[in-house]
Design a protein around this ligand. Sequence first.
Ligand code: FCB
Length: 459
Amino acid sequence: MSELRFPENFVWGAATAAYQIEGATQEDGRGPSIWDTFSRTPGKVFQGHTGDVACDHYHRYADDVAMMAELGLRTYRFSVAWPRIQPDGTGPVNPRGLDFYDRLVDTLLGRGIDPFVTLYHWDLPQTLQDRGGWTSRETAEHFADYAVAVLGRLGDRVRTWTTLNEPWCSAYLGYGNGVHAPGERDAGAAFRAVHHLLLGHGLATRALRAAGVATLGLTLNPADVQPADADSEADAAAVRLVDGLHNRIFLDPLTGAGYPEDVLEHVARHVEPTFLRDGDEKIIAAPIDLLGVNYYSPAYVAGRSGGAGGSAYPGTEGVVEFLPPVGPLTEMGWMIEPAGLTRLLERIGADYPGLPLMITENGGAFPDKAGAEDPDGTGRVADTDRVAYLDGHLRAVHRAIARGVDVRGYLVWSLLDNFEWAEGYRKRFGIVHVDYLTQRRTPKESARWYREVISRNGL
Ligand code: FCB
């Protein structure tokens, strides 16, 4: 097999998110978030799982960081829980909440691992949701205040800051089809949320920049949307609609082009865009240094009258059919298609030039067993599917780089098995197995393999 080398200074690491791993949801003054409420609402999360304990990372962070160092990670992307910092989402800062991230950052730096902060990975303070959440403009303004409070404590040591993780999910899954917290089902609310998330990003970016942040950006989960039939005009129209709702609605305003006309027309069929005010697009276009790209799977669509559409894409009902995924699939039922990542990176590189990219999440869920769940086992988790998944996708990233796309790094999702949102703990994405009864961590084969990749800077 040919050897592939990544560029010098390529960033290697792993990612997690606060609610998915921390636990300790009632400690040190943390307020409730929309995910606490949602996971307690019957029928929303698999078997009523919650993030109350999760991986108990809040107490075990020092051991977890030591393990990261053993695994050779150079960068660790984690998120800060807003309700730890401002329990009500506004007003006085809770110093004990900041203390935790302060300790985490120091521990990371002490082990030579670069901290990479995500300010918002979906755990909105419940008090703000009670006042409209992301459908309310005020949430965007409060988000900027919160960002400044976190920067005030960690800014002397953290170089890389991102505002939002996957606003597509927050808006369309949170307010559109209700699969994620807060569980609303209203197309108009979803579009309002898109705009206020982007506005919050812009306001926070402006404030953080003014405070002197070095590297600043956000993470999207842009989709590789493909036509069922490359020669069909109807399918091309379906691609354009889905691409507009998933990609251009975020990327165009972020890069200064404003919202695309066709997308605005579509939105106006669901909600009067009175929430879009003069000057907003300028705020959203605040320059960024880095675009985080999370990629898992492509989407194939057909233009079909009477098509079922996608519940996460308001207005696609009756005109678009999402094709069922074709194997091989991960345990999430997501198609494994590394070529989709190359296509996606090349497309972003071509349509939005000059924007450095980083893969801030990529990985797969597979049914791994270890420890108490696998008492006769060898103590090793032979996750060959995951190794193959990661290997294929790293080759796909390399191909995009070889074709001239500016990709600066790769962060695997995820360091640990964790609370996979509506799926609870039943889907395992970690390169490290977590036994939820004992909290024992067992690095999987993929973790050993990844350590090698990092140390060779290649495959
Ligand atoms: C992404 C999320 C992340 C994780 C992965 C599997 O959409 O950002 O928290 O759930 O999917």
